[in-house]
Design a protein around this ligand. Structure first.
Ligand SMILES: [Zn+2]
Length: 309
């Protein structure tokens, strides 16, 4: 199961070095021995840029190669191979580590079901051992099912919540590209104003006012204007418009008025919207799908005489 490019003796030496480092990750002689072992055998293109040989990053790369060669199972090797290194976070509450490197992977050891004993048994602990060694170098470990990298700056963004107050710090653009909030293009506030105004006007025009007995049915814009919308409702309208605009910047282009109008109609399932032929078919379909994901909203006149959602 082990690598056939090297003799059992060579791999034995490598394992002994790793064992020494797992005992004492400060053992600089063993780190030197590891660097030399890999360099002498030309494992991957050596040099790794201008990294200092005693830096955490250099040591992490050496350990990565060594664990890859020594892991006893294919599953363990693949887990170690999939570990990725990043230079920083683009996530609130996270600051970049002083070692300037973060490792992302699946740090669980590998196990297998044994039908005789009917239990799961550990078969390869090397991904976990690799993780512990990195941690002892001061390198933060993250899980690859919780983090992704921004396609602009390459920094790490959390994509799974870790607490109740967590909010995504990224947008998905063009359906699959992840962009962190530091990298997203700025939105002109006058353009957003235009979109929000049209959205709110359309909301008043397409919603009706009923009294307690359900009588009435006059469009809200007969007796109310945008100024009658409660500030909280207005703020959430603006938030939705901004988010929708960010997600669909390319498709909306400079059509802020039409986009505001059609966003309201489409998300609320009215008889008109992005899909009714005013937009290019493909763009209209994408915008419709995106608008539906926001769900519908009802407006009503509150006891304060203002409009709420
Ligand atoms: Zn970014």
């Amino acid at each position: 199961m082990t690598d056939t490019r090297y003799t059992a003796e060579e791999l034995g030496t490598l394992r002994a070095i790793l064992d020494a480092l797992r005992e004492d990750s400060d053992d600089s002689l063993s780190w030197c021995a590891l660097g030399d072992w890999l360099e002498e055998r030309g494992v991957r293109e050596w040099g790794r840029g201008n990294l200092e040989r005693d830096s955490a990053a250099f040591r992490a790369f050496c350990a990565h190669e060594a664990f890859l060669l020594c892991a006893p199972t294919r599953k363990g090797r693949s887990r170690i191979d999939n570990v990725q290194f990043y230079s920083g976070y683009s996530e609130p509450r996270y600051s970049d580590p002083t070692c300037e490197i973060i490792a992302v992977g699946n740090w669980n050891g590998c196990d297998r079901y044994n039908p005789t004993t009917r239990t799961r048994e550990d078969i390869d602990d090397s991904p976990a051992q690799f993780g512990s060694l990195l941690e002892s170098l001061g390198i933060p470990l993250e899980w690859d099912d919780e983090w992704h990298s921004c396609s602009e700056c390459g920094k790490l963004v959390r994509t799974q919540p870790d607490c109740m107050s967590w909010n995504p710090h990224y947008d998905i653009v063009n359906e699959c590209e992840l962009i962190c909030h530091e990298c997203r293009p700025p939105i002109d506030s006058a353009d957003l104003d235009t979109m929000v105004r049209n959205y709110a006007e359309c909301a008043l025009w397409s919603s009706s006012e009923y009294d307690e007995d359900g009588n009435g049915g006059e469009p809200l814009d007969t007796n109310y204007t945008i100024d009658d919308i409660h500030p909280n409702t207005m703020a959430s309208m603006r938030e939705d418009c901004e988010s929708f605009l960010r997600e669909n910047m390319k498709d909306i282009g400079t059509e802020y008025e039409r986009a505001g109008h059609d966003f309201w109609l489409t998300r609320n399932g009215h008889g008109a919207g992005f899909w009714d032929g005013d937009w290019d078919d493909e763009i209209g379909n994408r915008l419709t799908k995106s608008a539906h994901s926001y769900g519908s909203i009802d407006l009503y006149v509150g006891n304060d005489g203002m409009i709420h959602s």
